[in-house]
Structures are given as structure tokens and as C-alpha cells.
Design a protein around this ligand. Structure first.
Ligand code: CA
Length: 230
């Protein structure tokens, strides 16, 4: 696995929302953990400080505002508040409460993942791996690919797939084309295998660049590579 995975603590009393969020975050290369109440969350943040907290405002017991204030008394960990009320946002982000960002409920999990990545990069606390990659290097002799100077640990198939896409940024490849161009012709494989390889490559990229995505799905067509952020 990766050398660096940002730990994201989800404080949310609705298990379904927390599960969906956790699944998306895991998919994007983060290491999520979930707690359902503020008191437990506070203890956990003290005992095992996460890299970022997603904090639901309305919680049983200690609510999000109280918890955020309490955390701020001993920690500068980035906090993203989840609230259904846009009119509260100024107060949440103000000095008195001290959240770093907010998301409005109902939210899209994809948007939350993008926000988490952006807040972590802004906080810059995670070391060199946090910067958005500015370049991709393909070393054909050694069959290696590095992003922003950090080498990806790819299998040979993943290497060929990423090399194909990255060699022509912006160009859309169908699954059939990817199979023809990046796979061993003798293998009789379903084009669904491509989706699982893409998933693995994304996870490896996200380990270097949390929340970042370079391989974009083009609905009904295939995939394209793009170096742009969000
Ligand atoms: Ca709630």
C-alpha cells in the first residue's frame, strides 16, 4: 500500500451517510474512520489525531459547534463542517468556532472528496505528497511512471494502461481501444477488467496526491487522462 494515506475522521450520526462517505474517501485513497457522536469523536481526536475531520453540525450529545470549539482549544487539524443551513456558514468559519471549510447538506460524496483533497492541500501538513502534481514522467526503459517526482508502484498492465492514456492527454479511449492497445492480445478478458485496473491506478495516484484524479471516466465511452485539478 501507499506510504502516505491521509486519515479522515467522519463525525456523523447517520450511519448511511457515513458509510457512503467512507466508501468514496477510501476509493479516493484516503483512510476514513467514522464515529457517531461528539464525545467519542473528541476523545478520538485527542488520542489518535486524524489529518482532517468532517464534522456534522447536528449531533446527539455534544453538537458540531461545541466539538469544533473544543478541538480548536488543543488542535489545528483541518475541519470541514457539514451543515444544512447556509446562513450559519459565516459563523462556522469565523474565529469563534474555527472550521476550515464547509459542505452543504445534502451533499454529493464526490464533492466532499474533492473538498477534502483541497483542504488538505491548502493545509499542506502532509509533506511533499500533498502538492498537486505538475508533471508526469514516463520511463519506458524501466517501465515506470512518476507523478510530480514520485514513482507509482504499478503492475505491468497498469503501467501500459496509464502510459497509453497519459501519452495523449485529453484524448478519449474506449475500453475496446484500451484492450487492443494496452493488453496482451492473447488474453481473453472482459473489458470490465479495465475498470478495475483504472480503480487501482486511481488509488495509487491518490496515495501520492490525495483527492486528486487524473483518469476521468467519460460516460458511455471510456476514459481520458487530464492533468488538471478538480
Ligand atoms: Ca446529524
Amino acid at each position: 500500500m501507499s506510504a502516505f494515506q491521509s486519515r479522515v475522521l467522519i463525525v456523523e450520526d447517520e450511519p448511511t451517510i457515513a458509510e457512503i462517505l467512507a466508501a468514496y474517501l477510501r476509493e479516493a485513497g484516503f483512510s476514513p474512520r467514522h464515529v457517531g457522536d461528539g464525545t467519542h469523536a473528541l476523545a478520538l481526536i485527542r488520542a489518535a489525531p486524524p489529518d482532517l475531520v468532517i464534522l456534522d453540525l447536528m449531533l446527539p450529545g455534544m453538537d458540531g459547534v461545541e466539538l469544533c470549539r473544543a478541538v480548536r482549544s488543543f488542535s489545528a487539524v483541518p475541519i470541514i463542517m457539514a451543515t444544512a443551513r447556509v446562513d450559519e456558514v459565516d459563523r462556522l468559519l469565523g474565529l469563534e468556532i474555527g472550521a476550515d471549510d464547509y459542505i452543504c447538506k445534502p451533499f454529493s460524496p464526490r464533492e466532499v472528496v474533492a473538498r477534502v483533497g483541497a483542504v488538505l492541500r491548502r493545509a499542506g501538513g502532509g509533506g511533499a505528497g500533498m502538492a498537486p502534481p505538475s508533471r508526469i514522467e514516463i520511463d519506458e526503459d524501466c517501465q515506470r511512471i512518476a507523478i510530480g517526482g514520485q514513482r507509482l508502484d504499478l503492475t505491468p498492465t497498469e503501467y501500459r494502461l496509464l502510459k497509453l492514456l497519459a501519452s495523449h492527454p485529453g484524448r478519449i479511449y474506449s475500453r475496446g481501444q484500451i484492450l487492443d492497445l494496452a493488453y496482451n492480445q492473447d488474453l481473453d478478458v472482459s473489458d470490465r477488467i479495465i475498470d478495475s485496473h483504472v480503480k487501482n491506478i486511481r488509488r495509487k495516484i491518490a496515495a501520492i496526491w490525495p483527492g486528486g484524479n487524473l483518469i476521468h471516466a467519460v460516460y458511455g465511452v471510456g476514459y481520458r487522462f487530464e492533468m488538471t485539478d478538480l
